[in-house]
Design a protein around this ligand. Sequence first.
Ligand code: AMP
Ligand code: MN
Ligand code: MN
Length: 319
Amino acid sequence: MPLDKIKQLIQDSENILVVSHIDSDGDSLGSAIALQLALSAIGKQVFVPAPTRFPQRYSFLHRYTNGWGNVPQKPDIIIAVDCSSEERIDWGDFLSTNGIPLINIDHHDGNHNFGDVNWLDPNAAAAGEMIYELLREIPAPIDENAASALYVAIMTDTGRFSFGNTTSKTLAIAAALVEIGADPKYLTTETYFNFSEEYFRNIGIALFNSRSYNNGRILFLTLDRATTQNFLTSPKDSEGIIDFAMAVRNVDVAVLFKEMSRNNIRISMRSRRGIDIDNVAKYFGGGGHPNAAGCSIEGTLATAQEGVLKQIRKLMGIL
Ligand code: AMP
Ligand code: MN
Ligand code: MN
C-alpha cells in the first residue's frame, strides 16, 4: 500500500520538501500549503519553494502559509503533489534531488509514475482530496488554515463542485473542511469574484475573439498578443475563461489559445464526458484529464489553431 509507505517515510523524516507543478493552480497551491501546515504541526521541518508563478487570484493563500523558500540543501524526502510528470515539477530554488526519496501523490490519469513511491488516484477530484486522506491517516492535525487551503484545492479542481469529477466523497471531505472552519463564502469570493481589471478585460477579448466550428460543437477562444497588448493585458491572467465557452449550448469541445510569444502558444482544452480531450493534449506533448487538458505548441497562432482543430475533428470522428 503506497499510503502506508508514505506514512512511514514521513514519520521517519525530519526535513521534508514539498513541491508542486509549474503554472500553479488552486489544487497545487492549496495541497502544498495544507501539507506544510499539518506536517509542521507534528514537528516536521517542511519547506515549499516559492512558486515560480503565483496567479493573482490565489494571492490570498499567502496568508495561510508559514512562508516559502529557504529550502535546506538535503531534505530527507521530497513530496510532489498534483504533478503528472517529473517535467511538470516546479523546483523553485531547490536543485539537487540526488538520491532523495521522491513521493508522488497525484490524481492525473496517465501519471508517469516518476516517484520512488507513487500514490495515484485518478478518481480523486483533486490532489487536495488525497492530501486530506493522508493527513487523516498519519494523523496530522488539519487546522482552520489547512482546511481553507484544502477547500480551495478541491473547489477549484471541481469547478466549484460542478464538474464530472465531483463525487459524494468530494462533498463529504468539503463538508468536513467547513466543519473545521473553511468558510465557503469567503473562499469562493476571494477565488472567483475578485477580478483584476486586466482579467476582466481578458474575458472580453477572449469571448470577442471566439470562433465556432462544426455547427458550434467546437468553440475556440483566443488571447492574441496584438489585442492583449492593445488593451494593456497579458494572456497569462486567464484561468477559468475557458469555462464560459463550455457554458455555451451544444459545445462539446472548447479551447483557449494564449499567444505567449510569437512562437509559443499555450492551450487549455475542455470537453464533455465521452470525448477524451487529453488525447489531443498528449499528441502535442501535453497532458491532463479526459475532460480538461493542456499543452504548449511552438509555432504561430494560426498553425496551432489549425493543428488543434484537425486533431479534435479526428478525435470526434468529424470533418
Ligand atoms: P488548464 O487548462 O491549464 O486548467 O489545465 C487543465 C489540465 O491539464 C490540468 O490538470 C493541467 O495539469 C493539465 N495541463 C495543462 N497544461 C499541461 C501541459 N503542458 N502538460 C501536461 N499537462 C498539462
Ligand atoms: Mn493542478
Ligand atoms: Mn489537480
